[in-house]
Design a protein around this ligand. Structure first.
Ligand code: CA
Ligand code: CA
Ligand code: CA
Length: 401
């Protein structure tokens, strides 16, 4: 299915599901269905977008953000988008946002100009960061049953009741109709192009020197963790010239939650290859890292992000056989299926075969058959076996047969 058709179908499906949600909500009494589809009430019914007056208005909101959008701290938080739908610049300082319809002083917006058609994202995070030219955060979060009100000096502009959506969907003004959509677009136009523009705004893959180097999704014999288990692994490589502090960096197997597991600390030196177990254990100390997810052997994508949520690398891992990895050519080249994985080492065949040999040496039985002869091979003699003890200590043969 091509992407365009897929998205179109997605929108249709979302529309149907939104309808279902509304009916459910009406039955459960959490809000009236007319509110769910009506969007914000506005101070003036003349002209502008969807009956709104020309000026600054609420254009999109996400209140069930499970990680599709992150703030500058790499943290998921709900958000609202404001748009200037007039043909003149507007200063945000004339406006405020509030979770109380009778208190315009909750989050006063800064003296920051918004040009005609321009959009501004305000995170509904409770972090209370409201300085001009920086990412904006309200001092409150919006809870179910509350109403988000955009005030102008002169009074209420928009009042948007809390609208529950499914995870990672936004509620956006599209073609003058408030619509639940998967094409969320914080800071960009409410359409497919705006969604694509948002996705590419955090795509920093082309300039990154930190890369995913190798992924193994079905580890049967390749490497054990501290507990003697055989988890999946993801390997990183620093192709740059400086040590990178990994604190806050993230690994994920979900595009819709790209900050799924974050390094609490850690460093990677120039040229270093770093092994991270994708064990699901969610542990980390100075020497070992365990993500809170594993990688599906049937294949899935793996993402590497910086602390602000920029994607530094991603790889679509294919369906892999047990103990096969998906590895870059040495030096950060293209990925290929690899039958000699090299956990924690550069991806060279030499390293793979060395690890292979070490594996068999470590598991070679202490007492093994070094020579055997059967009658057919040497006439006149009975069959015999030679046993060889390769260990340093005597072995009691009573347990062997
Ligand atoms: Ca938007
Ligand atoms: Ca796995
Ligand atoms: Ca490797």
């Amino acid at each position: 299915m091509n992407r365009k058709v897929g998205l179109a179908l997605q929108v249709v499906v979302l529309g149907l599901i939104a309808l279902g949600l509304c009916i459910y909500a009406a039955l459960s009494g959490s809000y009236a269905p007319s509110q769910a589809v009506a969007g914000p009430s506005t101070s003036s019914g003349s002209g502008g977008v969807s009956g709104a007056s020309a000026g600054l208005h609420i254009s999109e909101i996400m209140l069930s953000n499970e990680g599709a959008v992150v703030d500058e701290d790499g943290e998921r938080t709900d958000w609202v988008e404001l748009v200037n739908n007039s043909d003149a610049a507007i200063s945000l300082s004339e406006y405020s946002l509030s979770d109380r319809d009778n208190d315009p002083s909750r989050s006063l917006l800064p003296a920051q100009s918004v040009g005609p058609g321009e959009r501004v994202v305000v995170f509904l995070s409770g972090k209370g960061r409201l300085s001009a030219g920086t990412p904006l955060h309200t001092s409150f979060g919006l809870k179910e049953g509350e109403t988000l009100t955009l005030f102008h000096n002169s009074g209420v502009v928009d009042a948007l009741p809390y609208v529950g959506t499914r995870d990672n969907l936004s509620y956006a003004l599209i073609d003058e109709v408030w619509t639940e959509t998967g094409l969320y677009s914080p800071g960009f136009s409410n359409d497919e192009a705006g969604h694509a523009a948002y996705l590419s705004s955090y795509d920093k893959r082309s300039g990154s020197v930190l890369k995913i180097n190798e992924v193994l999704s079905s580890n049967v014999t390749i490497i054990q963790d501290e507990e003697g288990l055989y988890p999946d692994f993801i390997e990183l490589i620093n192709l740059g010239g400086e040590t990178i502090d990994l604190s806050g960096y993230a690994l994920s197997d979900q595009a819709g939650e790209r900050m799924r597991w974050r390094f609490p600390s850690g460093q990677i030196a120039p040229g270093e290859v770093l092994l991270v177990f994708a064990s699901g254990k969610d542990q980390a100390d100075a020497t070992s890292f365990h993500t809170n997810f594993a990688v599906a052997a049937k294949g899935e994508s793996v993402f590497l992000c910086d602390p602000a949520g920029n994607v530094l690398d991603s790889v679509d891992v294919p369906d892999l056989k047990d103990d096969f990895s998906y590895a870059r050519a040495p030096g950060g080249g293209d990925f290929a299926v690899c039958r000699v994985p090299t956990p924690g080492l550069p991806n060279t065949p030499e390293n793979g075969f060395a690890l292979d040999r070490a594996f068999f040496e470590a598991r070679r039985p202490v007492v093994y058959i070094s020579e055997s002869v059967s009658k057919s091979a040497v006439s006149g003699e009975g069959d015999w076996l030679e046993l060889y003890n390769s260990g340093a200590e005597a072995v009691n043969l009573s347990g062997y047969s």
